[in-house]
Design a protein around this ligand. Structure first.
Ligand code: KIV
Length: 260
């Protein structure tokens, strides 16, 4: 299993692999497959059909993190801190401590750059491992007026590099770079010494993360450009359920071998 030390040392070597998971069943299929599992607050959208991640609560994240850790006990697991649970150092420390005390998660993830560096520092100073998250930050969707790709010009790229440096200096062991132009993400990755995990940030980050229900084709609402679909999960499930319904209606199921 990876740990903070091996994850940090992976920079510049074989790209790190991260997948999200929300429940024990799927997490058990991902166990030991990827370097890390992220219990992302994206579950609020893909699992809970909410329009954004903002209404995910700490209780929800703790519940799902416990389920994931149960299914994937041999994989380094990160719990996303939900919106509104880390607005100041004291609150962040109280809530991130709850994650450590109430789940076996190895780390927490926090969205934000320079403006959140003091929060990250408050956690890392108190032995809580933090993964940063810069670039397009879904928890900022309402204040920013939408999901906007970042790093489209020099000024924004320099801002992102400054954000990444601040997050690194605050003690984060790695950071997600989401929705950033490939060139900008490359420059950010080169500017810091901790691994960058990209999502919609091109091929030059130190690793990649995808939301499991997107990459396995279960989430059907929309498909972002950066998602590669490795399975047509929803089609497979729908066809199987159709077949089951037909079998029951035609008395093909249960067959002799399914009965006592
Ligand atoms: O919530 C999530 O799944 C995430 C990933 C998109 C990185 O933050």
């Amino acid at each position: 299993m990876q740990n903070i030390g091996t994850i940090k040392k992976a920079k510049g070597k074989t790209p790190l692999t991260v997948i999200t998971a929300y429940d024990s069943l799927f997490a058990s299929m991902f166990n030991k497959k990827t370097d890390m599992i992220l219990v992302g607050d994206s579950l609020n959208m893909s699992f809970n059909n909410k329009p954004d991640t903002l209404s995910a609560s700490l209780e929800i994240m703790i519940y799902h993190t416990n389920a994931v850790c149960k299914g994937a006990p041999d994989t380094f697991t990160i719990c996303d801190m939900p919106f509104g649970t880390y607005t100041d150092e004291k609150m962040a420390l109280k809530n991130a401590s709850r994650v450590y005390q109430e789940t076996p998660a190895h780390a927490v993830k926090i969205e934000g750059g320079i403006e959140r560096a003091h929060i990250i520092k408050a956690l890392t100073n108190n032995s809580i491992a933090v993964m940063g998250h810069i670039g397009l930050m879904p928890q900022y969707v309402r204040s920013e007026g939408g999901y906007k790709v970042r790093g489209k010009n020099e000024e924004d790229t320099l801002q992102l590099i400054a954000d990444a440096k601040a997050v690194e200096k605050a003690g984060a062991f790695a950071m997600v770079i989401e929705g950033v132009k490939t060139d900008a993400a490359k420059r950010i990755s080169e500017a810091i010494s901790i691994p960058t995990i990209g999502i919609g940030a091109g091929k030059d980050t130190d690793g990649q993360v995808l939301v499991w229900s997107d990459m396995l084709g279960f989430f059907q609402e929309f498909q972002p450009k950066f998602v590669k679909k490795y399975l047509n999960g929803s089609e497979i499930v729908k066809n199987a359920v159709d077949e089951y319904v037909k079998d029951v209606q035609t008395r093909k199921f249960p067959a002799e071998k399914h009965t006592y």
